[in-house]
Write a protein of this length. Structure first.
Length: 162
């Protein structure tokens, strides 16, 4: 049940990421047309595009952790005996889980500390800049826990796009 929840959550993140990419392309296109065709650059387009890049990147990173799309040194693990390989994989996922928790906590603190400040061109709180890594950190922790459970059970985590 937890795996189904994580798979659905990862698919939702992918869908939000695709929507973010479409909005990013539209914002940059609007900025270019405004600048070179109408000689009137929209003030919100650049900062909005940067904000969208943060959301798309952070959600994509979290899904990459779940779907094992991140860089790994598997060549050493393949050569190790099964008992050592299992312990090393568990250690790796525990460390990634810890990283996700630390990232989520500290970025949430940063978001809270700048809540009252506004992004001038968007009128949004500065906290929106720190929310994506906080969300991604929480997702990384959830997805790492899923990998730990799967390793203990001797199962594989199915990629979310299947």
């Amino acid at each position: 049940m937890y795996t189904r929840f994580c798979a659905a959550l990862a698919r939702f993140c992918l869908q939000i990421g695709v929507l973010g990419l479409v909005l990013l392309i539209a914002a940059v296109l609007y900025q270019v047309i405004g600048r070179y065709v109408f000689n009137d650059t929209p003030t919100w387009a650049e900062s909005g595009a940067v904000l969208l890049v943060l959301y798309v990147t952070m959600l994509g990173m979290a899904v990459g952790v779940r779907d094992a799309g991140h860089i790994g040194l598997e060549s050493l693990l393949v050569l190790a005996p099964d008992s050592v390989r299992l312990k090393m994989e568990l250690l790796i996922h525990v460390l990634v889980l810890g990283f996700g928790l630390v990232m989520a906590y500290n970025c949430a603190l940063l978001a809270q500390s700048v809540w009252d400040y506004k992004i001038p061109t968007l009128g949004l709180s500065e906290a929106f800049k720190y929310a994506p890594p906080a969300i991604a950190g929480a997702l990384i922790a959830l997805f790492s826990l899923e990998h730990i459970i799967a390793l203990i059970r001797g199962e594989e985590v199915e990629p979310s796009w299947h």
